[in-house]
Design a protein around this ligand. Structure first.
Ligand SMILES: Cc1ncc(COP(=O)(O)O)c(C=O)c1O
Length: 371
C-alpha cells in the first residue's frame, strides 16, 4: 500500500521520489531541515507576518522575544528572513539575493501559509548554487493546486524538494509528505526514518492513496474552480467595499484571499462575529501590522480560503452570496444571529462532496490495483 501511494504521489507531483511517511506538514518540514542542515546552520524563510508558517520560524525574534518556531526551537536553526515587497505581496528578489549572498544560508525555504501569488523560485537558482543553498518549497497550502499543474511548478523551477501537509488544497487525510529530485532521496529517507517517524500511521497513508487518486482524476477541474472562486470572492468583496489586499493584481492566483478589515475592528473580533453566522475564517497578520503596532492575536486582517466551499460544489455566483453575508456582518453590522439563518438556508443546497469517487471501489478500479 505504501508503494502504491508513493507511485501515485510521484505521478501527481511529477517527481522522482516521494516519501509518504511524515505524519504532518510540520514533520515534513523537519524532515527537510534534518536532511539538509545541522543545528546552528542558517536558513531563509518568510516571517509569519509576510505569510510564513511557524514551522519555519526562529526560537526568538531579533529583539529576544519568544517565537518558538519549529526550525529554531526544535532543530536549533538560525532563521533569517527573505526580504518582502508589500506592493507586490511577494518575496523581493533583488534585496533577498543580496542578503543571501551575504548570509550564505544552507537552505532556502519557499512557500508558506499565506501567499496569493507564486513565489519566485527560478530567480534564486543561480544564487543558491553560488552560495551552496538547497532550495525547498513548503506546499502545505498549495499542494493541490501544484499537483493539478496550476499555480507554479517548484520542482521544474529549481526546488530540490517539496514538503507538504496533505489536507488543504490537496483534500486528503491529515498527514504529510515530501516529494523531490532523486539526488535528495537518500537524505530524505534517512531523515524520515530513523529521524522523524517510527511507525508511520498507515491508516493515513491508505486514505492518502485515495485522495491522490481522486486528485489525479478530478484535481484539475477542482483546482481550477478553487482559483476561479477565490478570484470571484475577492472581486465580490471588493465591490461591496472591502479592502481586499492586492486588488490591483487581481486579488490572488491561489485559493487564498487576504482582507484588511482594520477599519471595522480587529481580526479576532471579526473572526468571532463571522463564526456566529457560521462563516469560518481566520484572523491574520497583514505584512504591515507589526510596524503599525498590531499584534498577531489582534491583527488587521482576515484570511479566506475557497477550497472547502468549492469541494461542496459552490461556483462563482455563490461567491457573491458569501460576500453579501460577510458584508451584512462586518460592514452593515447586522446581528450575526440573523445572518446565520440565511447562511443555513443557503448552505442547504451544498451538502455533497464533489470532485471525488462515489465509492472507494471506483478509486481502486481507477488505479487498477486489482489484477
Ligand atoms: C506552510 C505550512 N507549513 C506547514 C504547516 C503545518 O502542517 P501540519 O498542520 O500538517 O503539521 C502548515 C499548516 O498550517 C502550513 O501552512
Amino acid at each position: 500500500m505504501e508503494e502504491i501511494t508513493i507511485e501515485l504521489a510521484k505521478e501527481l507531483f511529477r517527481s522522482e521520489f516521494a516519501d509518504v511517511r511524515p505524519i504532518s506538514g510540520v514533520v515534513a518540514n523537519l524532515v527537510v531541515y534534518t536532511a539538509f542542515t545541522e543545528p546552528g546552520d542558517k536558513i531563509f524563510a518568510l516571517p509569519i507576518s509576510k505569510g510564513g508558517h511557524i514551522s519555519a520560524g526562529p526560537l526568538k525574534s531579533k529583539t529576544g522575544s519568544f517565537i518558538g518556531g519549529t526550525a529554531g526551537a526544535v532543530k536549533g536553526l538560525n532563521v533569517e528572513y527573505f526580504e518582502f515587497n508589500e506592493e507586490e505581496m511577494n518575496i523581493d528578489v533583488d534585496k533577498s539575493i543580496k542578503k543571501i549572498k551575504r548570509e550564505k544560508p544552507k537552505l532556502l525555504m519557499f512557500g508558506g501559509s499565506v501567499f496569493l501569488f507564486p513565489h519566485p523560485v527560478k530567480e534564486f537558482v543561480e544564487t543558491a548554487q553560488e552560495v551552496g543553498s538547497v532550495m525547498a518549497y513548503d506546499a502545505a497550502h498549495v499542494a493541490g493546486l501544484i499537483g493539478a499543474g496550476l499555480f507554479q511548478d517548484p520542482l521544474r523551477e529549481g526546488a530540490a524538494v517539496i514538503s507538504m501537509s496533505t489536507h488543504k488544497t490537496l483534500p486528503g487525510p491529515q498527514h504529510g509528505m515530501v516529494v523531490g529530485k532523486k539526488e535528495c532521496f537518500e537524505e530524505i529517507k534517512r531523515a524520515t526514518f530513523p529521524g522523524l517517524v517510527s511507525n508511520h500511521h498507515l491508516n493515513c497513508v491508505a486514505a492518502l492513496s485515495i485522495a491522490l487518486t481522486e486528485h489525479l482524476k478530478f484535481g484539475k477541474e477542482y483546482a481550477k474552480q478553487i482559483i476561479r472562486n477565490a478570484k470571484k470572492l475577492g472581486e465580490s468583496l471588493y465591490e461591496r467595499g472591502f479592502k481586499v489586499v492586492a486588488a490591483d493584481k487581481g486579488f490572488t492566483e491561489s485559493h487564498t484571499l487576504l482582507v484588511d478589515i482594520s477599519e471595522y475592528g480587529d481580526g479576532a473580533a471579526i473572526e468571532k462575529e463571522l463564526e456566529k453566522a457560521n462563516i469560518i475564517v481566520n484572523r491574520n497578520l497583514l505584512p504591515w501590522d507589526i510596524r503599525e503596532g498590531r499584534h498577531y492575536e489582534h491583527p488587521g486582517g482576515i484570511r479566506l480560503g475557497t477550497s472547502e466551499v468549492t469541494r461542496l460544489g459552490m461556483k462563482e455566483q455563490d461567491m457573491e452570496e458569501i460576500a453579501d453575508f460577510m458584508k451584512r456582518v462586518i460592514i452593515d453590522k447586522e446581528k450575526p444571529e440573523k445572518v446565520l439563518n440565511d447562511v443555513k438556508e443557503f448552505k442547504k443546497s451544498f451538502q455533497e462532496v464533489h470532485y471525488c469517487f462515489e465509492t472507494a471501489a471506483e478509486a481502486y478500479q481507477y488505479i487498477k490495483i486489482r489484477k
